[in-house]
Design a protein around this ligand. Sequence first.
Ligand SMILES: Cc1ncc(COP(=O)(O)O)c(C=O)c1O
Length: 255
Amino acid sequence: MPVNENVLVVFPSPAGVNENVNPIYLDNQATAAMSPGVLDAMIPYFSDGYGNPHSSEHAFGWRAGDAVDTARSQIADALGFDADEVVFTSGATEANNLALLGFDREECTSFAISAIEHKSVIAPVRERERNGSTAHVVGVDRDGRIDLDELRTALASGVAMVSVMAANNEIGTVQPLSEIAEMCRASGALLHVDAAQALPFGGFNAQVAAADLVSVSSHKAGGPAGVGAQPVFLTSAEGDRREPLPDAPRDEQRA
Ligand SMILES: Cc1ncc(COP(=O)(O)O)c(C=O)c1O
């Protein structure tokens, strides 16, 4: 099924419609306000308590480093991973790119995505295609649920990585992640889940933790914009952890 990569919808600016109207923001799946608790927790690190978490020679760096460690553990706990599996990125866009382009195993040359993935998944998969990989675009039904039979067929053809979103950014469809994870595991394919839209709503942890790589976004879930999203690498909280891939990005310096 072809993917339309060039859809552009232009909304009039609220001021252009009627300057006297005070618009109500209804686009919280694009970005949401920071939660007051997060803002309060972060403010000191922008004023008196700032420091470079990599400055290992002084207390300012240690304090910032401790704060990063705490955030990393909180994210890991929330998603059911270990702290050392969490890599911070600038957002889910970078996390998705990292997941799909970040390691270059020789055997990882065939991908499957659903037909309704975010452009930050489509673009790196297209990039992989330009470099010789195969991409299967698996169809969805009228509610946006991925066609599991079509996915099974793609997996049987030797797909090395499947990338699906947990919840769709436009119609809210929730994908059957447990079934998809089971199918990937049975065929030996890696599963990347773009959970950017799922994190704010919770309740996805078990399914999300069944993935090998997960992308989440901070600014859609009450956190700051432009920072704090992360893919989580290398496998399920349900036992049976895979060995880290030798060339997977493992930390922010390399990311
Ligand atoms: C499903 C999905 N994935 C990825 C992204 C990109 O997220 P970010 O803005 O954190 O880069 C979005 C943003 O709307 C999204 O809805």
